[in-house]
Design a protein around this ligand. Structure first.
Ligand code: DON
Length: 586
């Protein structure tokens, strides 16, 4: 068993003894301290501000430093996109286990009344091959897709932020990077949770990467400065986002990789973030705007919500998180994960049948297979569109709305805590281990326990399948909810549960976040994962076992950051499982 004291967001999901997990849960309840304020000079806006439609702007972010950044950006006249980009760069400094410039992610936006989706997911390097993580006997080499140079995929975050800010931002690029540069130069005070995560990572990477050279100073109460990162961010600020891919930063990355990894300067030069059509659906009087492939999360979320709605009669009278409720949700989840495994991958390599997968009639038929009498694991759950393949053809989340009615829902990641553990020398940032999200060998689960088929195998330039699900809900064309979370394959099941709590059980945001969450994902069969924050014990545990389930603890079940908009009032809320902050900004 892995070290249970790893308080790491993106650590593999391990079984934990109850006493330790309670301590972990308590550790996650750290209250954010007031942070130092980083001034951003007001600047001439690129365009005149439209009329305010909300009482205030608001953010829900994973640390208080990034909340301060957002406040500065809004004070300088920035909009939700400026704030989101500034938050992303700040978290690359103050939340370095997941906030990043060496990783990638997705941004769902609603700007001037229109939905957008930006895919800045990492891509496999050109030299990547399908079997690159297998030994001579065809077995996966343990840890190879997770730790060290060969785990690294081509980072997308900087180009994503550059694209988003150039297209929709109002402030100057340099202005949105200023707070991050200041935190890297002057330092920030480390909190205990970050020290814990760094200690776990240091053990994980010991003797394998240069992680500790850069991050050994993450000690609670100490001021942590990152001069190399400050220089990198300053270059990006002066020369623009492409500096990372074509300038000195690209040279530093590729020369460090040379002879060790496969990522080359050509891979960096060729990297481009992609604007895609978001996945959309009508549900419960709302329009869902969420992540399309290469995420499986948006499709999974829509499938979960619609099947649950189809099963309203079966759910009627069942209490939230009662054994009968969990039993029905687990069966819905089996079907979602069976489809994910078979059909979901990079849409630039395969024609992923999104429309069919979220079609009302298809989901009603799938929901019809769910029954209170089903015995868990008795019959294998198969993908619902037949066996045909599609044709060829440590994460963190933040939510932002501005008073003009724009919204950004952003989830980005290094995958594991501090990614591959490889820190770019003289540039000061950790590189991702996103290659582990590919299928390294058919039937072999990744660190989140999910498997896949040919549709998610490694190929040059391909994007690994993700579960990240930055989501916006609209009501009558206006933003009603901005939501997302880290958690690997737990991401869309966590968002589903919080949305259900909000809209089916009419809970206020804080209660919807605090309620118990569980997870089930087809494999291992019959397993319900519980979380340290709210362990499944006593009568509920006995009843679930009586239904045929096995219970397993896992490190955490999401760190959801949401903003609900009630009329003209934004109500931000941060998950009590983490150190996040919800802040209304006037
Ligand atoms: O893209 C994905 O689905 C994963 N790489 C996300 C990893 C994650 O959420 C880790 N955080 N707990």
């Amino acid at each position: 068993m892995s070290d249970p004291m790893q308080d790491a967001r993106c650590a593999p999901f391990v079984t934990l003894p109850v006493t330790l997990t309670r301590r972990l849960g308590a550790a996650m309840l750290l209250v954010a301290l007031a942070g130092s304020f980083v001034p951003v000079a007001p600047a001439l806006a690129k365009t005149a501000a439209p009329k305010a439609v909300l009482d205030a702007s608001a953010v829900a972010v994973p640390d208080h430093y990034s909340a301060d950044t957002a406040q500065q950006i809004f004070a300088a006249g920035g909009n939700a996109v400026d704030a989101a980009v500034a938050i992303a760069f700040t978290l690359a400094v103050t939340y370095p286990d997941a906030g990043n410039i060496g990783g990638g992610g997705f941004m769902t936006l609603y700007v001037d009344g229109k939905p957008y989706f930006l895919d800045y997911r990492e891509r496999a390097p050109q030299q990547a091959t399908r079997d690159m993580y297998l030994d001579d006997k065809g077995n996966p080499v343990p840890g190879m897709s997770l730790v060290g140079f060969r785990a690294v995929a081509v980072p997308g975050t900087v180009d994503g932020m550059w694209e988003a800010q150039r297209r929709f931002g109002k402030l100057k690029w340099k202005q949105v990077l200023a707070p991050a540069i200041r935190y890297a130069t002057d330092g920030f005070v480390v909190e205990p949770w970050l020290q814990k995560r760094a200690e776990y990572a240091a053990k994980n990477f010991a003797g394998k990467t240069n992680f500790s050279v850069y991050f050994a100073g993450l000690k609670a109460g100490a001021t942590f400065r990152q001069p190399e990162l400050a220089q990198t961010l300053s270059r990006i600020a002066s020369d623009g986002g492409r500096e990372f891919y074509e300038g000195k930063t690209a040279d530093l990355i590729s020369s460090q990789m040379y002879g060790h990894g496969i990522l080359s300067k050509t891979d960096l030069v060729q990297y481009k973030a992609v604007w895609r059509q978001p996945a959309t659906a009508q549900w419960n009087g709302y329009q869902i705007v969420t992540a399309p492939p290469p995420s499986s999360g948006g499709v999974g979320l829509i499938q979960l919500l619609k099947m649950k709605a189809d099963l309203k009669p079966a759910f009627t009278g069942l209490d939230l998180n009662s054994p009968g409720y969990i039993h029905l949700v687990a069966q819905i989840e089996d079907r979602v994960f069976a489809d994910r495994q078979q059909y979901m991958g990079d849409p630039d390599s395969f024609r992923v049948p999104v429309d069919k997968l979220i079609d009302d009639a298809y989901l009603a038929q799938r929901a019809g297979e769910v029954s209170p009498d089903e015995v868990p694991g008795a019959a294998p759950v198969k993908p619902g569109l037949g066996d045909s393949m599609p044709e060829r053809a440590e994460t963190t989340h933040f939510s932002v709305v501005d008073k003009w009615g724009n919204a950004v829902s952003n989830t980005y990641t290094l995958n594991g805590p501090f990614g591959s553990g490889v820190v770019v020398d003289n540039a000061g940032f950790a590189l991702n281990d996103e290659m582990d999200d590919f299928v390294t060998k058919a039937g072999t689960p990744n660190q989140f326990g999910v498997t896949g088929g040919d549709v998610n195998t490694i190929a040059p330039g391909r994007r690994p399948l993700s579960s990240m699900t930055p989501t916006i809900l609209l009501k009558d064309g206006k933003v009603a909810l901005v939501i997302g979370t880290p958690g690997g394959s737990r991401i869309f099941t966590s968002i589903f549960q919080v949305m259900t709590n909000l809209y089916d059980f009419n809970m206020p945001p804080a209660d919807a976040l605090a309620a118990m969450r569980f997870h089930h994902q087809l494999l291992p069969p019959k397993t319900i994962y519980w979380e340290p924050y709210h362990p499944v014990t006593g009568e509920l545990a006995d009843q679930l076992k009586g239904l045929g389930y096995t219970l397993e603890g896992q490190v955490f079940n999401g760190d959801v950051q949401l903003i609900r908009v009630d009329g003209t009032t934004p109500e931000p809320a941060a998950d009590p499982r983490g150190a996040g902050v919800g802040r209304v900004i006037h």
